[in-house]
Design a protein around this ligand. Structure first.
Ligand SMILES: Cc1cc2nc3c(=O)[nH]c(=O)nc-3n(C[C@H](O)[C@H](O)[C@H](O)COP(=O)(O)OP(=O)(O)OC[C@H]3O[C@@H](n4cnc5c(N)ncnc54)[C@H](O)[C@@H]3O)c2cc1C
Length: 471
C-alpha cells in the first residue's frame, strides 16, 4: 500500500527525506515556502540551496567523521551525495560543489520523480492532523508562524532561536597531570558523583594574560538580520572579559569550592571547568565559554589554559541565529515528537549542524517514516556508525546536567569521532609496538571507520553487529 508523507521544507534535509520516501515507493509531498516567502539567507527558489560555503568538508572516509558520513550516505542511496558528486569542483581533500548545479540537480531529480510533488507554499503553523505523517525540516531559519506553533506544542524552553555554543574538547587530549576531577563543594547533584567536572587552574599571571588575550582576540560580528542576541547568563566569554579584569573570576571561572589536589595550600586565581558532554564521556564542554572569537583565536587562546595546551576540539564555540529543538528531551529514537508522534523532525532544527549532517538526518527521517508507514520496525542504527552517532547525539546521547548558563544543555554539533563509542582495544604497531602521536591518531581513526563500515554493512543486511571481542 502506498502512503503519503508530507515534508515541510525543501532544504538539504527535506529534499533527502523526500527522495528516500519516494525511492521506497511512497508519495512525498514537499511544502517549500520559497519563492512565496524567503529567508534572510536563501537567495534562490532552488531546493537544497547552500546558503554560505560550497563545501561538504572532508571526503576522507578513513580519517574524518564527515568523510565517513559521506560514504555511509552514498551507500544508502543519498540524493544529496549523488548530486554533490556529480557537481564537484576541485577542492583538494574536500568535497566542494558548484552550488547552482548542485541545487538544480536536486530540484530536477525531485521534480521528475513520479512519487514526488513540490508545493510552493508556507506552512504557517503546525500541519493539520489530516495530513497524517509529516517530516518538519524547516532548518535554522524556520518561518515564524510554524516556529510559534512548535513552541506552543513543546513549551517555551524547548525551541531555541539562537545557539550559544561553548567549545567541546576531546577528553583524551586534556592533560590529567594538571586537571583534576571535582564538583564545586563536592556536591553530587542529580545523577552526579561529586567529582563530575574537570578543573584547570590558573595563577594570577596566567589569568591576567588570558583576560587580555580574550579582549584583544579577533571576533566575528553578527549579520545585521541576526540582531545581537546577548542576554545575561549567556554572554560571550570575551564580552564578560571586557566588563572588567575581575569579572570572569567572579563568574564562570570562579575558583571557589575547589581544591587542587596537587597544591592544596595554594588557591588558584581562577579555574576553568569542563563538564562531560556526552554519555560516552569522550567529550567535555568548557562551561560558560560561549564565544564569538574566530576559530583560530579560540584554538590559540584556549590552549594557553593549563591542562588544555594540547586540547583537540570536537567543536569550537559560537553564537548564531539558529532555530532548534531540545531534541534529546522531545524526540524519540526515530526522531518523532513524543507529544505528537505523527510529526517527525529532520535537519538542523533537530540540533545537528552543517549541510551534510542535515541531509544525513533527513535521510534517516525519510527511512524511519517509510518504516512507520509499512508498520515495520527499523533496527536502531549502531552508534558506532557516523549516522548512528549523529542520531544518538540528537536523540539522547548528551548529558543533561544542570546548566549554570541556562536551563538547556543540548547544543548543536557537527559529526565528529567524539560521538563514537571508544574502541575496545587501541590499535598497535608491528609486533605489538605501542603507538604515539600522529601515527596513533591515524590508526585509531582507521580502526573507528573500519568498525563503522562493518557495522553499517551488518545493519543494512538486517543483522545486528557482533559484539566486539574484549581485549
Ligand atoms: C547564514 C547561515 C550560514 C550557514 N553556513 C553554513 C556553511 O557554510 N556550511 C554548512 O555546512 N552549514 C551552514 N549553515 C547551516 C545550514 O543552514 C544547514 O547546515 C543546512 O542548510 C540546514 O539544512 P536544513 O535542511 O535543515 O535547512 P535548510 O537547508 O535551511 O532548509 C529549510 C527549508 O525550509 C524552508 N522553510 C522554512 N520554514 C518554512 C515553512 N514554514 N513552510 C515551508 N517551508 C519553510 C526554507 O525556505 C528552506 O528551504 C549555515 C546556516 C546559516 C543560517
Amino acid at each position: 500500500m502506498t502512503h503519503t508523507i508530507h515534508i515541510i521544507g525543501g532544504g538539504l534535509a527535506g529534499s533527502e527525506a523526500a527522495w528516500q520516501v519516494a525511492q521506497a515507493g511512497h508519495r512525498a509531498v514537499i511544502h517549500e515556502m520559497r519563492p512565496v516567502r524567503g529567508t534572510e539567507a536563501h537567495r534562490s527558489d532552488g531546493l537544497a540551496e547552500l546558503v554560505c560555503s560550497n563545501s561538504f568538508r572532508s571526503d576522507d572516509p578513513n580519517g574524518n567523521a564527515v568523510g565517513l558520513l559521506h560514504q555511509e550516505m552514498r551507500s544508502l542511496g543519498s540524493l544529496i551525495m549523488q548530486a554533490a558528486d556529480a557537481h564537484q569542483v576541485p577542492a583538494g581533500g574536500a568535497l566542494a560543489v558548484d552550488r547552482d548545479g548542485f541545487s538544480a540537480a536536486v530540484t530536477a531529480a525531485l521534480a521528475q520523480h513520479p512519487n514526488v510533488t513540490v508545493v510552493r507554499e508556507e506552512v504557517a503553523g503546525l500541519p493539520p492532523e489530516e495530513w497524517g505523517p509529516c517530516i518538519i525540516a524547516t532548518g535554522p531559519l524556520t518561518a515564524p508562524a510554524l516556529a510559534e506553533g512548535i513552541r506552543a506544542l513543546t513549551g517555551a524552553e524547548s525551541l531555541a532561536f539562537f545557539d550559544a555554543i561553548a567549545p567541546i574538547v576531546h577528553r583524551e587530549s586534556i592533560d590529567m597531570d594538571v586537571a583534576w576531577f571535582q564538583s564545586r563543594y563536592d556536591k553530587p547533584g542529580p545523577g552526579g558523583t561529586g567529582a563530575d567536572y574537570l578543573n584547570c587552574p590558573m595563577d594570577r599571571e596566567q589569568y591576567d594574560a588570558f583576560v587580555a588575550a580574550l579582549v584583544a582576540g579577533d571576533k566575528i560580528g553578527f549579520k545585521e538580520w541576526e540582531g545581537t542576541p546577548y542576554f545575561d547568563g549567556c554572554l560571550p566569554i570575551e564580552v564578560m572579559a571586557e566588563r572588567g579584569p575581575e569579572t570572569l573570576r567572579h563568574g564562570p571561572m570562579k575558583p571557589v569550592g575547589l581544591t587542587n589536589p596537587r597544591a592544596p595550600d595554594r588557591k588558584p586565581c581562577a579555574i576553568v571547568q569542563l563538564r562531560q558532554d556526552n554519555a560516552l564521556g569522550t567529550l567535555y564542554n568548557m562551561v560558560g565559554f560561549q564565544t564569538k572569537l574566530t576559530y583560530s583565536e579560540q584554538v590559540r587562546i584556549f590552549r594557553t589554559i593549563p591542562g588544555l595546551e594540547k586540547a583537540e576540539f570536537a567543536r569550537l564555540g559560537g553564537l548564531h541565529r539558529n532555530t532548534y529543538l531540545d531534541s534529546p528531551r522531545l524526540l524519540d529514537a526515530t526522531l518523532r515528537l513524543k507529544a505528537r508522534p505523527t510529526l517527525r523532525f529532520a535537519g538542523q532544527i533537530t540540533g545537528c549542524e552543517g549541510y551534510v549532517e542535515s541531509a544525513a538526518v533527513g535521510l534517516m527521517a525519510g527511512r524511519f517514516a517509510v518504516a512507520d508507514a509499512a508498520a515495520a520496525t527499523l533496527q536502531p542504527l549502531p552508534q558506532t556508525t557516523a549516522l548512528g552517532a549523529l542520531i544518538g547525539h540528537i536523540t539522547g546521547g548528551h548529558m543533561s546536567a544542570e546548566e549554570p548558563a541556562g536551563p538547556r544543555s543540548f547544543q548543536p554539533m557537527n559529526v565528529n569521532f567524539g560521538l563514537f563509542p571508544p574502541l575496545d582495544r587501541m590499535p598497535r604497531g608491528e609486533a605489538g609496538r605501542r603507538l604515539r602521536g600522529p601515527e596513533k591518531a591515524a590508526l585509531k581513526k582507521k580502526a573507528l571507520t573500519d568498525r563503522a563500515r562493518s557495522d553499517l554493512a551488518a545493519w543494512i543486511e538486517g543483522r545486528q553487529p557482533l559484539p566486539a571481542a574484549a581485549e
